[in-house]
Design a protein around this ligand. Structure first.
Ligand code: B12
Ligand code: SF4
Ligand code: SF4
Length: 409
């Protein structure tokens, strides 16, 4: 068993590889019921891969036979004092090259370190950053890296909400670190969500789509992060207004957390910043061609959304301009005319998934005047979801005047 001074030396070696936090735990019983309940409630939306890997997620020895330790590693991605720290439009993690790739480089070095230090073979450990069948926040809480807040995030006393997590399962026995709260040590399977939140409920109250259904429990169907990143199809109409000005991901419930006041930026050795993304204007995005998309979002997590996903999200942001002006000036008629032209072009975009969102945005921004602009598009439309969008606005027109003005505002 690695413990005492040797364990601390090992921790320092891990930190030298670029990680901002390194903690250890063993494979004590886990809070399994929570994941099962969450999936049973349908809170996983269409992320069926979570349900399919449920056994492995609950029992790491099914991922690595004979595993006895979990090494939890954290990478602080807080962008410091830069403008990227203050913007709300892009999930902060997306303003870096894809961490799945950059942190993986650090994990490969951890593998080599494990082999040297414990005389292990590559088959004696497995590592993941986000993509593996492991409950990274649960293990991070068990290791004492932090605790899970009412916003569901693993919150660290020193890094706030800004740690990306990576996991190494290994057959090397390492003495577990204590959790943040003693109570969690004696009853790890009952780890308390929101353990150090006290009476605060800022994240629950601020979530614009009421996605935090209980402290620490997120209904992904209602979460902007899910809708703008993971949903690969049409975003439900009732979710669109709540998305506001956020084009990819959502940090609202993270930004508001008072524990962030202790956070500083990290080493950034396993990250490569792309803060320039914040400079893109809404029109840049609404009129973006595939070559520019590939160039601008090369190696970033946004690349996986594909151009059609980004255009879909941009249409929603445009449809919300009246209420959220971070992306432009609703009162500037010349600029709005350019937005209109871009949206009309997207209402006949070759990939059908984009079109209902463009129609939605045009009606929201220009009310009945959108009808004229969309006349030709509508006459040739064959996609059912887009036709449904036209029908919906038509019905809205036919309702009582108070209701119509609400829907066509
Ligand atoms: C699916 C997923 C999502 C979904 C669902 C989110 C959710 N709350 O479950 C969506 C797409 C909405 C999402 C959004 C985001 N995500 Co996400 N996501 C994941 C993923 C792949 C699985 C999470 C999961 O299993 N959810 C199911 C619920 C039931 O599990 P849970 O959140 O882990 O919480 C339960 C367990 O911890 C359990 N538990 C309690 N105690 C213990 C003890 C032990 C030992 C164990 C095993 C379990 C356990 O009880 C908890 C409550 O049910 C993880 C990576 C991973 N493999 O873990 C990243 C991950 C959670 N996401 C991450 C991030 C950064 C985000 C976003 C901030 C991205 C963004 N800017 O838009 C948002 C934040 C939304 C939020 N407030 O949670 C980070 C979080 C880092 C951190 N410090 O917490 C992770 C860990 C990825 C990573 N490797 O860094 N995400
Ligand atoms: S990420 Fe955004 S939408 Fe999701 S729970 Fe947090 S505040 Fe709500
Ligand atoms: S905002 Fe408040 S309630 Fe939410 S996680 Fe942070 S401390 Fe907890």
């Amino acid at each position: 068993m690695l413990d005492g001074k040797e364990k601390e030396t090992f921790r320092s070696e891990l930190m030298e590889l670029g990680f901002d936090a390194a903690r250890f735990t063993d494979l004590s019983p886990v809070a399994s019921k929570r994941l099962e309940d969450w999936i049973e409630q349908g809170y996983h939306a269409d992320m069926d891969w979570l349900r399919k890997s449920i056994e492995k997620r609950l029992d790491p020895s099914l991922v690595l036979d004979g595993a006895c330790s979990v090494i939890m590693l954290g990478v602080n991605y807080f962008p410091g004092e830069s403008g990227a720290a203050k913007q709300e439009r892009w999930g902060k993690y997306s303003l870096y090259e894809d961490y799945h790739d950059t942190v993986l480089k650090g994990l490969k070095s951890v593998g080599r370190l494990l082999e040297e230090r414990f005389s292990l073979e590559p088959t004696d450990y497995r590592y993941y950053v986000d993509t593996g069948p492991v409950m990274e926040r649960g293990w991070a809480a068990a290791s004492g890296m932090g605790w899970q807040g009412k916003n569901g995030m693993l919150i660290s006393k020193t890094h706030g909400n800004w740690l990306l997590l990576a996991t190494v399962l290994t057959r090397a026995p390492i003495e577990p670190d204590p959790p943040v709260m003693k109570r969690l040590q004696s009853e790890p399977s009952r780890a308390e969500l929101g353990a150090l939140c006290g009476k605060c409920r800022a994240c629950i109250d601020i979530c614009p789509t009421s996605a935090i259904v209980e402290p620490g429990i997120i209904n992904a169907n209602r979460c902007i992060s899910y809708q703008t990143i993971e949903n690969k199809g049409v975003i439900p109409r009732e979710m669109r207004e709540g998305i506001g000005s956020r084009i990819f991901g959502c940090d609202i419930c993270l930004d508001v957390c008072p524990w962030n006041r202790f956070a500083t930026s990290g080493k950034q050795l396993l990250l490569s910043s792309r803060y320039g993304i914040c400079e893109l204007s809404l029109l840049d995005i609404l009129t973006m061609e595939i070559e520019t998309f590939r160039e601008v979002f090369r190696r970033t997590p946004i690349k996986r959304l594909k151009l059609r996903g980004l255009l879909r999200n941009a249409c929603i942001v445009a449809g919300n301009l009246r209420f959220y002006e971070e992306w432009g000036d609703f009162g500037d008629s010349e600029w709005m005319e350019r937005v209109k032209t871009a949206l009309v072009a997207l209402a006949r975009y070759p990939e059908a998934m984009v079109r209902p969102h463009a129609v939605w945005a045009l009606y929201r921004l220009f009310g009945s005047a959108a009808e004229m602009a969309l006349k030709t598009c509508r006459s040739v439309e064959e996609d059912e979801s887009t036709l449904d969008e036209y029908r919906w606005w038509n019905r809205a027109k036919g309702t009582s005047s108070a209701e119509t003005s609400r829907m066509l505002r």
